[in-house]
Design a protein around this ligand. Sequence first.
Ligand code: PLP
Length: 428
Amino acid sequence: MSAGVDRDISEEWALAADAADPLGGFRSEFCIPRENGREIAYFCGNSLGLQPRATRQAVIDELDYWAELAVEGHFRGRLPWMDYHEFVRDDLAMMVGAKPIEVVAMNSLSVNLHLLMVSFYRPSAGRAAILIEKSAFPSDRYAVEAQVRFHGYDPEDALIELEPDQADGTLSDAAILAAIEQHGSRLALVLLPGVQYLTGQALDLHAISKAAHASGCMVGFDLAHAVGNMELQLHDAGCDFAVWCSYKYLNSGPGAVAGAFVHERHATTTRPRFAGWWGHEKSTRFKMGPQFRPTPGADGWQLSNPPILALAPLRISLQVFQRAGFAAVRGKSRALTGYLEWLIAQRVSDVLAVVTPKQASRRGCQLSLRVKGPRESGRKLFEHLQGDGIVVDWREPDIIRAAPVPLYNRFADCRRLIESVVRWRDAQ
Ligand SMILES: *Cc1c(COP(=O)(O)O)cnc(C)c1O
């Protein structure tokens, strides 16, 4: 199946590949939306992952504990709310390649980015700059600019933007490392994505962290499109912090509780932070003393007691990954995305150009597809796919993003997408 040498474009091949897929059974653990009685082909897990079937009951269970136990639910029930964020810790650590003390589920991504920049963006007159990519996700850009201004600096000179140096709009590793070296003495922070949201390109977190530290600055990553999608080894990569959201590949629902990583070397840091009672040492938190003493590790950045109804879906979703095993998930991801890319080359290379890098180590499951020809025709193709029960997304001016997600997408879904493009082209 994964070798791809014997693949052909027939429907029989796709169905046989699905039948032979060891992870094939996981699809039935997800709610697949239907349109006109038929399951849709869903390629938008990069934006909002599908709902695991077990999630509903897990949320209802917490509602029941609340109804039956009220305040006692903090201490009783199967999973007492007092410790609830700890019930996802080990699985989260596994997902990002971290030690349990380095991760915490809390807040939302943009909030976590601000909280960690409070501690790890400490500009000084000679070293005030942040290196980001020019096409950074808007929220990241707003956050970074706001932090620069908050410290009294001017984004005009304190924001250094990395421009794509490749013709296809991606960044070469060499260009990233050269920029860090070139601006290194002025940089307080390097903030880059794990997987770029527009192009689907995965960056080398290890090399970037090493280069940033060699230049004497901090380094953080936004893993919104990387977590649950790529194999991550954050502890070994050595970055200072990372943040991610959980509603994309982590399938934890709209606005799900996000995550943060703080490297073990900062576990007992005395850097400034915005403190709240849930970050206080657990053993003495309820002594309610006036002095803040942070819990060692990522937990020490928590502010509030966590939203239990929103954490339950994350707990369930991480268990699905745990049962599947991430190596198997990633193995299927490579095969599925490779198949989609191959079908495009075989069938519709006159319509679609793949922007995402070819090597499996430089991408996750998402392919960003540039629609050839004028913008209008790209938009029309997108609308045609929607009408055909195929959900992808559209990014101006000419990009269709399609993410075959290994836990619930099938080889037959990829084929259905491409055959629909063929029908559209042939009708032009
Ligand atoms: C999805 C995404 C976000 C979303 O931010 P929220 O705070 O969760 O709304 C931020 N950054 C990147 C790169 C993203 O892809």
